[in-house]
Structures are given as C-alpha cells and as structure tokens.
Ligand binder design. Structure first.
Ligand code: PEP
Length: 261
C-alpha cells in the first residue's frame, strides 16, 4: 500500500532550460516567488541557465523558492573545460540539481553511469539531486517501459546510501511527453511512479521508499496538474515550458493538494 502523497511534501521545479538572459531570469524568479509566497505546504524551485543561477539565487535569498542547477559534473575541480561542479553550484546558491534529463541523455550522450557519478558528486556537495528517468516512445510501444525505467533507476542510485536516497528526488519524464504538449495519462504516470517506488523498496526497504518524492514531468500544465497530482505516487512536477510563465507555473503549484486550495 502506498503512503498517500499528502504525507510527502509536494515539490515542483521549473526547468527553464536554455531560456532567458540574466535580467529576464531574475524578473521571472521574482514573479514566481510572488506567485507562491504564501503557500507553506510545498517546496518550489527554479532552474535557470548556469549564467543566471547566481543572480537568481541572490534575488530569491531567504525566500520560499529555491534554486536548482540543470546539470553538474562529477568531479569537483580540474582540467574539465566547460564543466560546472556541484560545489560551484552550492557556492552560487543552488540547493538542488537536475541530473540525467532526457535532453542531456539524448542530445549530449549522457549515460546511466554518468548520471550516477553526478548524483554522488551532488550528494557529496550537499545538493539534492533530481534524478530524471524516462522511456522513449519506441520503448513504450515495445512494452519496455517499466524495464527501462527500472534499469535507469538502478544505475542512477548505485552505491547511494539510505540516508542519501532519502534526500534525493526522482523525476519520471516520459521522453515522448517532454515539450510535445502530450502528457502521460494519469494511469500511465501512476503505473510508472508506483513501479519506481517498488524498485526503491526492493533495494532500500519499504519505509525508505515511501519517503522519496517522485515528480512527474512532461507537458505538465495548469489544466492537467490536478489530475496528475491526484495519483497516489505523484509527488510534484518537473515543469519545462509552462514554468516560463510565472502565472502558469503558480497555477500548477496550486494544484498540489488536489483541491487546489
Ligand atoms: C522538462 O524538460 O523537464 C519538461 C518536463 O518539459 P515540458 O514541461 O516542456 O514538457
């Protein structure tokens, strides 16, 4: 039996991807903060592009909205041209980091083993990793969804301790739903979220698995967030396109407890 989501604090993160200059990012962050400022029963973060992270973090300092990096490297420093380390993200004001996003996997060839090394580097630095997993349309059509997701989860959490798992997040993002306007149905999302939790339970025990928040991502919008959030194993959202409009993102966060209060 799943613990209902009401016992896990909902968490929403806006993934701004490669959008917005520094001034626009600070402005959007301010609007997001103003939109969600009075809601105390939810965790909210935004993930600006790297160059805007520091300015956004300064604007959001001491407020309810946290900042996430969109990626990090697995080494802390050294001759790794073009990379950004987990300690650097912490210094710039990040609390979270998105790892293994399907765009990283598909466009930049990021493999499961790299996601695991990055997750361990993030945890070492004190960041909370948001580990993304998801199947392609071809994998879904071939009936391989749950196997693919389990393999990604297993690889990503390899050698991560129980304590570190408890402060990690998983985001289920079907690749075919990202940026396409086509979201997973509630039953598709719930089926995969429940299977992720089962996988975590098999490795870490049922109690630990019940602690882990599993976000849904993939064309989450104000008009579908409520029904997705009504699923027992959906604990929030990783939101791309809709997070670029503060009002839409706030409307999604508002759906956190089904009643939308
Ligand atoms: C994402 O990129 O993480 C995402 C979920 O994008 P979108 O909401 O635009 O589908």
């Amino acid at each position: 039996m799943s613990v209902k989501q009401t016992q896990r604090r909902p968490f929403f993160c806006g993934n701004w991807k490669l959008n917005g200059n520094i001034a626009e990012s600070v402005e959007l962050a301010t609007q997001v903060r103003n939109g969600v400022a009075t809601w105390r029963d939810v965790d909210v973060a935004v993930a600006p592009s790297f160059l805007a992270v520091h300015a956004v973090a300064r604007r959001l300092e001491d407020g309810p909205v946290a900042v996430a990096g969109q990626n990090c490297f697995w080494e802390d420093k050294g001759a790794f041209t073009g990379e950004v380390s987990a300690p650097q993200l912490v210094e710039a004001g990040c609390k979270y980091v998105i790892l293994g996003h399907s765009e990283r996997r598909q466009l930049f060839g990021e493999l499961d083993a790299a996601v695991n090394m990055k997750a361990r580097a993030a945890l070492r630095a004190g960041l909370t990793p948001i580990i993304c997993v998801g199947e392609t349309l071809a994998e879904r059509d071939a009936g391989e969804t749950l196997g693919r997701i389990q393999a990604q989860v297993d690889a990503a959490i390899k050698d991560i301790s129980d304590e570190d798992l408890a402060r990690s997040l998983i985001a289920y993002e079907p690749v075919w739903a990202i940026g396409t306007g086509r979201n997973a149905t509630t039953s598709q999302a719930q089926e995969v979220h429940a299977s992720i939790r089962e996988r975590l339970a098999a490795k870490f025990g049922r109690d630990a698995s019940q602690e882990v928040r599993i976000q849904y991502g993939g064309s989450m919008k104000p008009d579908n967030a409520g029904e997705l959030m009504a699923q027992p194993d959906v604990d929030g959202g990783l939101v791309g396109g809709a997070s670029l409009k503060a009002a839409d993102f706030a409307a999604i966060v508002k759906a956190r407890n089904r009643s939308g209060s």
